[in-house]
Design a binder for this molecule. Sequence first.
Ligand code: NDP
Ligand code: MG
Ligand code: MG
Length: 337
Amino acid sequence: MSTNVPTTAALQSARIAVLGYGSQGRAHALNLRDSGLDVTVGVRRNGPSWEKAAADGLKVAEPADAVKNADLVAVLTPDMVQAALYTDAIAPNLKPNAALLFAHGFNVHFGQIAPRADIDVILVAPKGPGALVRREYEKGHGVPCIYAIHQDASGKARDKVLAYAAGIGGARALLIETTFAEETETDLFGEQAVLCGGATELVLAGFETLTEAGYQPEIAYYEVLHELKLIVDLLHEGGLAKMHQFVSETAQYGDLTRGPRVVDGATKARMKQILDEIRDGRFAQEWVAEYKAGNGNYRALKQKDLNHPIEQVGAGLRARMPWLNPAQPTLTAVPAP
Ligand code: NDP
Ligand code: MG
Ligand code: MG
């Protein structure tokens, strides 16, 4: 047989433990199971995930018990709880030559977890949220994944990581090899400077500019937040060219002449500083310390975001557009460490 598309063959007789049943955990566990692999979800007996995974028809065990039998353990709890989980449940129970898999390299790259020398340490990071990883799989597609090998104790780490990526549907889309360092640093930069941090601040500054000038908040909301999706969809599907093709000439001329005044060389210089803080470990150190101190600053900043007037205006408008996304929760709690 000659095919370059990776298959699940290398994990066909493996027992897989998926620790965590949240955004990524649920999607990975269900996709792996539907790909014919043997999956046990490892979550706390008293947490809400236990019932959820059981209701989805999966085998469920406490994390330590799930790890004991596993040939591959996927660590899909929040990043900040992974180090303790490794020390308490994984390291004492993981079989030699088993594989430890991450969806983000944070803990290994920044030294929060120092994996045992006798195990494989691999990474498969889908380039999309868990709900999409599941939805695309159910449609017969996949979400592009990047993958990496940090440690190859068994000599089979590459087969395992590719088989896992195939099992969650990534091989149906696109797989790109990376390193833990590259995945971790680019992922953090993307979410900080552009996707989450940059995009939301751009929206808020635009909303404030319009409402402070006396325009109706509802109209400002549509202009700077609601319609962002239309532009992002065009970029996602066809890059700058497709966006140019679908917006008016007036919009294009305004974009080309005014855009560079909003995001200019000074913005890029600050992006570079943010990247430097990621690369030299300052961001990781700050975030781990914040988490260990009880998340007080994180909570306060998040509350400030949620108290912004755009949130009230948006909630009112979205209630009148129930077709947008009724099932998705809009607020998430900040977990205690
Ligand atoms: P979630 O926040 O959705 O994980 C929640 C799950 O973790 C729940 O099942 C919860 O169980 C469990 N959990 C929480 N705290 C503990 C604990 N102390 N001990 C044991 N289990 C616990 O995580 P994500 O899916 O967002 O992230 C998982 C990994 O994937 C991270 O490394 C992240 O960086 C990465 N990633 C995430 C993406 C995303 O879109 N969210 C995208 C790509 C990578 P319970 O019900 O018991 O509380
Ligand atoms: Mg991330
Ligand atoms: Mg913000």
